[in-house]
Design a protein around this ligand. Structure first.
Ligand SMILES: [Zn+2]
Length: 484
């Protein structure tokens, strides 16, 4: 059994002229390119003009749901949204009766990975299965949360941009910017601030558009990394430990991963630049209504530091939580499925996991306190841990967990869509169902406002107006996660 400290997280009423719609770098490649690929069998709709009629719409802006709506897509973009009684379906459009279904914006997830943690420090690239599964699970835009094989991730991003592979649009985060002392062989250990500058510049030149500091980085290395990333026009996040949230905010970091779960600000006897052992257990003892905690939240809000909620991966460490759904487990190769199921059983009774029974509800409360104080919460799924967070299922689960945390469904959806798009600078193009934006649309059967588990029933996912058969994509990958 690997110790938790390493295993943990290592891991948008009227029609508009289409010619007036902005065309920019984020447009999808020509349809012809996409249909030529081997994935054409997964495409259910690829028409120049589509109209969803009689749909419920939750648009991702936090607005109240709208009922009996018609949404028109032309050339991959949203051309009209409004009451079905007043929006005219263009002649020649393919009409899809969406009565009983709800249209959501495609998820914008900010902490995904393109590798699977295989155990014993092996992180295998999933450049084939994961992008397909992310898309099938409703994620149409993703930022990776740290790379174990940066060239693979960057080349996949470019292949998706060209239409040679299906998957979400990607912001690729470079290799983990870590300090010395963490025994993960695939990670470089920075040798100081100059190395941090050199490493950031190298990977920015190679195509990384995001960076992430990791648990053992020093304040000096983090400062050098932050300054260099900002000079390159990008953003940097951190899954920190050696550096406190307060220190990182004061150094100018843009984002912190895992909500408040990995802060060491309140760890008794915390030494500068040192990641203390069992740091997460400090959260178990923390008074979340203390003056110190309120002050930290106020600082993060003042400095515009976004937090990424990754409740999905922490759920897997928490006793008494459900096992990953059968469909998710069926995606794993048999050895990994057994590894996950054995670990899940152990997690229910193991001493190491007991604090999470206290930590997990505290994480949820702190994320709501942060948002109530004006903070920007974005979300991701972090498919690491011991393997229970599986793309295709994970983003839906994150939305359910945000609702369980106390957010309304429309708030949870905004966190999982528009907030992420704004953070990534992509909100003019994606993140909500609004006229002029790209038609990235997840179709859910049922009403997720009344019952958030409806998100689990998502037969179709549209990216740039192309509709993919989500269930067929997922089924095609059964028993393959772990292979490629
Ligand atoms: Zn991660």
């Amino acid at each position: 059994m690997r110790p938790l400290s390493i295993l943990c997280l290592a891991l948008a009423l009227a029609g508009v002229s289409i010619s007036a719609l902005a065309q920019d770098d984020d447009d999808a490649p020509p349809l012809s390119t996409q249909t030529q690929s081997d994935d054409a069998k997964f495409i259910a709709y690829n028409e120049p003009t589509l109209a969803f009629t009689h749909a419920e719409i939750v648009d991702g802006t936090g607005a109240a749901p709208l009922f009996d709506q018609t949404l028109v897509v032309t050339n991959g973009r949203i051309a009209a949204i409004g009451p079905s009684a007043s929006v005219i379906v263009p002649s020649g459009a393919t009409a899809i009766d969406a009565h009983g279904q709800t249209l959501l914006p495609g998820f914008v997830m900010a902490h995904e990975h393109l590798f699977y943690a295989m155990g014993h420090g092996n992180y295998a690239s999933m450049l084939y299965s994961f992008p397909r599964l992310y898309l099938a699970g409703g994620t149409t835009t993703a930022r990776t949360g740290g790379s174990m094989s940066p060239y693979g991730d960057i080349n996949l991003k470019l292949a998706i941009d060209r239409g040679d592979a299906i998957g979400p649009d990607l912001d690729v985060t470079g290799p983990y910017l870590n300090g010395a002392g963490l025994p993960i062989l695939k990670m470089h250990a920075l040798t100081g601030p100059d190395d941090a500058t050199k490493t950031v510049n190298y990977w920015a030149d190679e195509g990384a558009t995001s960076f992430k500091a990791y648990t053992n980085i020093t304040r000096a290395e983090l400062k050098a990394a932050i300054d260099t990333v900002h000079a390159r026009g990008f953003k940097i996040t951190g899954h920190l430990c050696s550096v406190t949230y307060r220190e990182a905010a004061e150094l100018g970091i843009d984002n912190l991963e895992h909500g408040f779960a990995v802060m060491t600000d309140f760890y008794p006897g915390k030494q500068p630049d040192v990641c203390p052992p069992h740091s997460q257990t400090a959260l178990a003892d923390l008074d979340i209504h203390s003056a110190g905690m309120k002050s930290l939240i106020a600082l993060l809000v003042k400095r515009h530091v976004a937090l990424t909620s990754t409740l999905t991966v922490f759920e897997t460490f928490t006793p008494g939580r459900p096992e990953a759904p059968e469909g998710a487990r069926a995606l794993l190769i048999p050895e990994l499925r057994k590894y996950y199921e054995d670990n899940w059983t152990d997690t229910q009774t193991r001493d190491n996991n007991k604090p999470y029974a206290v930590i997990f509800p505290k994480m949820m409360k702190l994320e709501r306190m942060f948002v109530a104080a004006g903070g920007t919460l974005i979300s991701g799924t972090d498919p690491t841990g011991y393997g229970g967070v599986v793309p295709g299922y994970s983003a839906k689960r994150e939305v359910e967990l945000l609702v369980e945390a106390g957010f309304s469904f429309r708030q949870a959806l905004e966190i999982a869509t528009l907030n992420g798009a704004r953070f990534l600078g992509r909100d003019k193009n994606v993140g909500s169902l609004e006229i002029g934006k790209r038609a990235d649309i997840a179709i859910v059967t049922g009403d997720p406002v009344r019952d958030p588990t409806a998100v689990e029933h998502m037969p179709l996912v549209f990216k740039a107006g192309i509709g993919y058969r989500a269930d067929a994509i997922i089924e095609s990958l059964n028993g393959q996660v772990g292979l490629y």
